[in-house]
Design a protein around this ligand. Structure first.
Ligand SMILES: [Zn+2]
Length: 289
């Protein structure tokens, strides 16, 4: 099937509005199949994955955009990440029972944190209260507060598919308020079933056949976890020799599971000793600099 695991950007050139359409199937199943999430949790994770993917596509950067919704309610944390090369991963932490509801019922008093991690610079971080009926609304508030750019999102998720629609007024288009309102009104007629089932072209035709829309080339999205032996090693090193040796007194090896992909990393005594020696070397080279 075409149009699966795909993001399409589009633009209403005359109206000064940009948009994105998203559908994830295999990549979404790869994210969610790593855990036996209840349907309500899975839906929230799907919204977060869709949002992170679409937000990452709005910016030019080299790194990862991380969306984190955190609270004290039944849903404790939902994390979704999308890199500049369109690799996604995500996870949810919760305590049962999780009953469908608005954000305050799901998260209690929560907050939404958006982080853009790049290799060189300090990460950018934006935080907003987790208010509203759903994640889409919380993000609309975020854009209102942080960028003052009218933005709307439609996020839907089920067992097999995640889909999303994103609209944003371009900064230079402030004089065209009525265009923005008309386009949003048209988009608001989309149903969850339509957005989950239809192709991008079909959605754009269904909503905007009277508008002039320029549609860009499809971009592929895939699931790929960014965990690695090296990253786990750095975490272990930071714990220090005493802590690591204490763990090894009780067992043969230190095992670390990646929460995103369930990959297990195992470090026995020899591995840990190698790590700690490498740490010393690093220290020496620092001094000689
Ligand atoms: Zn992983």
């Amino acid at each position: 099937m075409t149009d699966q695991d795909t993001l399409r950007r589009f633009i209403f050139e005359q109206a000064g509005v940009r948009g994105e359409w998203l559908k994830l199937t295999d990549s979404w199943q790869a994210v969610s199949d790593n855990h036996a999430y209840p349907p309500e949790v899975k839906e929230q994770l799907g919204h977060a994955v869709a949002a992170a993917t679409m937000l990452a596509a709005t910016i030019k950067f080299n790194g990862a955009l991380v969306l984190q919704a955190q609270g004290e309610g039944p849903l404790k944390a939902v994390v979704a990440q999308c890199t500049h090369d369109r690799c996604i991963r995500g996870l949810a932490r919760y305590r049962e029972p999780v009953v469908a509801g608005d954000l305050s019922q799901l998260y209690g008093s929560g907050r939404l944190v958006l982080t853009i991690e790049t290799e060189r610079k300090q990460p950018y971080q934006g935080i907003v209260t987790l208010d509203g009926d759903n994640l889409a609304q919380a993000l609309e508030n975020y854009y209102q507060q942080s960028e003052q750019l009218p933005t709307r999102l439609w996020l839907f998720a089920n067992e097999t598919t995640v889909s999303g629609l994103f609209l944003q007024a371009l900064p230079e288009s402030s004089g065209f308020g009525s265009d923005w309102e008309r386009i949003v009104m048209l988009a608001d007629t989309i149903s969850a079933d339509e957005l989950l089932d239809l192709s991008c072209e079909a959605v754009l035709h269904r909503l905007f056949h009277e508008e002039t829309v320029r549609l860009f080339q499809p971009e592929s999205i895939r699931f790929k976890c960014s965990c690695s032996n090296g990253k786990i090693e750095r975490t272990l090193k930071s714990l220090g020799r005493i802590a690591l040796e204490e763990i090894l007194e009780e067992r043969d090896a230190i095992t670390v599971d990646c929460e995103f992909c369930n990959q297990q990393y195992r470090f026995d005594r020899v591995d840990v000793e190698r790590l700690l020696i490498a740490e010393t070397d690093l220290g020496t080279s620092k001094i000689s600099h």
